[in-house]
Design a protein around this ligand. Structure first.
Ligand code: SF4
Length: 370
């Protein structure tokens, strides 16, 4: 099979991407948070215009999939009215920022986020995949999340601005943090080769000026789990989202880059709705919309993926066709729908060479893999 075209940009609400099942419209929640009311509206929009599910991306964004071209403008108007998207496409493209979901109102991470957003118009045009991570708590939570410039806590407790791909960054004050990041972006843009869009790749060719180095980020971080609501398959149904927003005490929901939502309000009922904890096999499974939601699919994906969770060692990806929308990279086991049956790829992407072909769901449930 041939590898599908890799797009060099991230979809947004103003710049949706066409996928096999229609347009993908991505919403970048402001400071990783949406109110209960906005959550209701998003659920409603996913039913009215999309496939009835909302994806949580690994940059803590939300996306509605399966949007017909003719419905796009109506969807955009409703997202705007709900206060869920930027007014301006240029700012939306630059506002590629992940903030630790554990921030507190007006703490250092939140203040840096607000200041960075305020000053985004000063930043030059940057590749759309180029992004920032704001992670200035006592521990760093976002070191595995995709970003090019990181705001972190240094081992001596200062604020650190660090270019991704370099082990050290520069210690700054709150007053100089954003200007330092801007300087770093300007250095990247001035020396960048056309096909390089990410800082770490750039640093493989160009040496970072010493003034941007010297201080290490805090080490020994452990991922916090308090309040996390793990979302199997990284897809939440409109019904579950509405139910969550209706739980007494929930005023807002935070989005994390770990296929999980977070409630900062005391709401035990939310954990009944999303009961999975780290180690649950279903959290190692990805699946696209599949039948009947995507016209490209000849197979159902989600129920099968749920049934097969934990059957074989490692991660599992069930893809309705070779496009691999849910996980366009290598996985321990990938099942690819084709003409109503499945091909199986070991340690590869959906378009890689197959180990088995023409398997039925029943075959898969009895198949042993070493
Ligand atoms: S991978 Fe899934 S969602 Fe994407 S086009 Fe194929 S069947 Fe549709």
């Amino acid at each position: 099979m041939s590898e599908p075209e890799i797009k060099g940009w991230c979809p947004g609400a103003h710049r949706p991407m066409m996928s096999g099942d229609g347009l993908v419209v991505r919403v970048r929640p402001f400071a990783a948070e949406i109110s209960a009311q906005q959550t209701h509206e998003l659920a409603e929009l996913s039913v009215t215009y999309g496939n009835g599910f909302i994806d949580i991306t690994n940059r803590a964004n939300l996306q509605i999939r399966g949007v017909a071209q003719e419905n796009y403008i109506s969807l955009l108007e409703r997202l705007t009215a709900a206060g869920l998207i930027d007014a301006d496409e240029t700012i939306e493209t630059k506002r590629n920022i992940i903030i630790t979901p554990f921030y507190k109102q007006n703490d250092l991470s939140h203040r840096l986020y607000q200041e960075l957003v305020r000053r985004l118009p000063e930043f030059p045009s940057i590749p759309s995949k180029f992004g920032f991570a704001i992670d200035c708590g006592e521990t760093c939570e976002l070191q595995d999340s995709s970003a090019d410039i990181r705001f972190e806590t240094s081992s001596s407790g200062d604020i650190l601005v660090r270019a991704d791909g370099c082990e050290t960054g520069v210690s700054v004050t709150e007053a100089t943090a954003i200007s330092t990041a801007l300087e770093l972006v300007q250095w990247f843009i001035a020396g960048k080769q056309n096909d390089i869009r990410r800082m770490a790749k750039h640093l493989q060719t160009f040496e970072l000026p010493r003034k941007f180095t010297g201080s290490s980020p805090v080490t020994g971080s452990t991922m916090r789990q308090d309040g996390l609501l793990h979302v199997p398959l990284g897809q939440v149904s409109a019904d579950d989202l509405r139910t969550l927003a209706d739980i007494e005490g929930i005023k807002a929901i935070r989005i994390t880059p770990w296929r999980a939502l977070l409630t900062t309000d005391q709401a035990p009922a939310a954990h009944d709705l999303f009961p999975h904890t780290v180690g649950s096999p279903i959290l190692d499974v990805s699946a696209c919309a599949g039948q009947p939601f995507c016209p490209q699919a000849s197979v159902e994906t989600r129920n099968l993926a749920t049934d097969l969770a934990g059957k074989w060692p490692g991660a599992l990806h069930v893809s309705g066709c070779a496009k691999g929308c849910a996980r366009p990279n290598a996985t321990d086991v990938t099942l690819v729908g084709r003409e109503g049956r499945f091909d199986l790829v070991r340690n590869g992407a959906p378009w890689d060479d197959t180990l088995y072909t023409n398997l039925s769901p029943t075959d898969l449930k009895t198949l042993d893999l070493d």
